[in-house]
Design a protein around this ligand. Structure first.
Ligand code: HEM
Length: 222
């Protein structure tokens, strides 16, 4: 009787989307468990704090979506954006609801938001880095953002989506499917080790920049 040796077990490397999530999940936790987000999630953030967050989002998304348009035909960055993701029109509706028709005169970017915006704008020349910023915001908005939306409706008594249009991704269809397609796109990127490392590092930076925006909001509104 011959003894057959089992074939050596080989473990396939994690797909890039999983590697990216694993490598950045601590940074996510820092952003998620911040004092400002904690107050928001516990329904203890005053409405002016929520409004201030929407205003800071507006500056970041004007930058993100401006760069997305410039990189629309880029073979790497162009695959990630779609018209249904555009948040600026929704943020403008929310700001009009929260601050009235003169909202533009009533908002200004905080110092951390200016730093964040400057970094996003630099990504015009670094398309892989732009993917990092795109991922950090939009995948967050279609994930934890949906939870924030429910809390905001309960806390502030918003009706018919007024004030939370930012979190409404109805035009995308199924969000689980969107997230899964997004991960497939990340996995299809043909990144060498150096480019993969840069994308991961830029995502960590994007989380830190977001956390600094939240920390500043927390100093003024919690
Ligand atoms: C406000 C508190 C937050 C909560 C409750 C929250 C919650 C979540 C949840 C439940 C997921 C899905 C995890 C999964 O698919 O297994 C997620 C994913 C994600 N969140 Fe958050 N999040 C919060 C804040 C943030 C912030 C501030 C950012 C960045 C600015 C962010 C960015 C992301 C990203 C990029 C993902 C996708 C991760 C991946 O699947 O690759 N989140 N979040």
């Amino acid at each position: 009787m011959s003894v057959t040796t089992p074939p050596p077990t080989t473990t396939a490397p994690d797909p890039f989307s999983q590697r990216l999530k694993n490598a950045t999940w601590n940074d996510h936790s820092t952003a998620e468990h911040h004092g400002f987000t904690k107050a928001l999630l516990e329904g203890e953030l005053p409405l002016d704090g929520y409004t201030a967050m929407v205003a800071q989002h507006h500056f970041a998304y004007v930058a993100l979506e401006g760069v997305a348009r410039e990189l629309a035909d880029h073979p790497v960055a162009g695959g990630f954006h779609r018209p249904e993701l555009e948040r600026v029109p929704a943020l403008e509706r929310d700001l009009e609801h929260l601050l009235g028709s003169e909202w533009r005169d009533r908002i200004s970017p905080s110092r951390p938001t200016r730093t964040y915006v400057a970094r996003i704008e630099q990504m015009v020349d670094h398309p892989e880095g732009f993917v990092a910023h795109h991922y950090t915001r939009y995948m967050g908005d279609v994930s934890g953002g949906q939870f924030i939306r429910r809390v905001a409706v309960e806390t502030y008594g918003f009706e018919k989506g007024a004030g939370t249009a930012f979190y409404d991704f109805g035009a995308l269809g199924s969000l689980p499917r969107f997230r899964s397609d997004y991960r497939d796109r990340l996995d299809a990127l043909e990144l060498d080790e150096a480019a993969a490392g840069l994308l991961i590092e830029e995502t960590r930076l994007a989380y830190r920049l977001n956390t600094e925006v939240l920390a500043d909001l927390g100093r003024h509104h919690v």
